[in-house]
Design a binder for this molecule. Structure first.
Ligand code: ADP
Length: 196
């Protein structure tokens, strides 16, 4: 299965992604992680990305699209993948759709992990991570609302979106994630049957 998980910073995407890759048995493509590795490895892409990341801004679309494209071409992604942190802009989403279409692939579904802003701020203040400087965190939430939230409409129109409540225990939330996956799987079957 090819799934995208979308959620604002602090929504608990990391925890759910860890469980979901195990459940689906597909590679986990986290663009945040790829970029952090590129920065540490001082690659050309890493050098270009660093200043944007430090400021809590998105890196340029071309840079991230190139990285993800290369990763998706690797053979382990043939059976599917979990996209985490990508796409983040409408342009990234459109480029991803074109890319998958050329490979005769498509997304099976998109899951939105919804958490109200007040709760995100509360969680950030109580966990204190290195990139959790309150000002930068606020900028990341803003960039989510401005640049990434429009994707929810985009995937809604494609009838690929399932929104789940991101409040509750990790187990409760994962139960909702699994229900969303089952819904995507049954739609898949519906299509296959219709095609026969
Ligand atoms: P985490 O893995 O901690 O959730 P993020 O996914 O928020 O980290 O990524 C960290 C930073 O990397 C972002 O603030 C942004 O600067 C950059 N980044 C990650 N994915 C993308 C993307 N798809 N487009 C643009 N920038 C990205």
């Amino acid at each position: 299965m090819r799934i995208v998980l979308i959620g604002p910073p602090g929504a608990g995407k990391g925890t759910q992604c860890q469980r979901l890759v195990e459940y689906l048995d597909v590679p986990h493509l986290s663009t945040g992680e790829m970029l952090r590795q590129a920065v540490l490895g001082e690659t050309r892409e890493g050098q270009q990305a660093a200043s944007f990341m430090e400021r809590g801004q998105l890196v340029p679309d071309e840079l991230i699209v190139g990285m993800v494209g290369q990763r998706l071409m690797r053979p382990d992604c043939r059976k599917g993948c979990l996209l985490d942190g990508f796409p983040r802009t409408l342009r990234q989403a459109a480029t991803l759709d074109e890319f998958l279409e050329r490979q005769a692939m498509s997304l099976d579904g998109v899951i939105e992990l919804a958490v109200p802003r007040e709760e995100l701020v509360r969680r950030m203040l109580s966990r204190k991570r290195e990139d959790d400087d309150p000002e930068i965190f606020a900028r990341r939430i803003e960039s989510f609302e401005r640049q990434t939230a429009p994707l929810l409409d985009y995937y809604g129109r494609q009838r690929k979106l399932v929104c789940i409540d991101g409040l509750g225990t990790a187990d409760e939330i994962f139960g909702r994630v699994r229900a969303a996956i089952e819904k995507f799987a049954s739609r898949h079957q519906g299509h296959d049957e219709a095609a026969q």
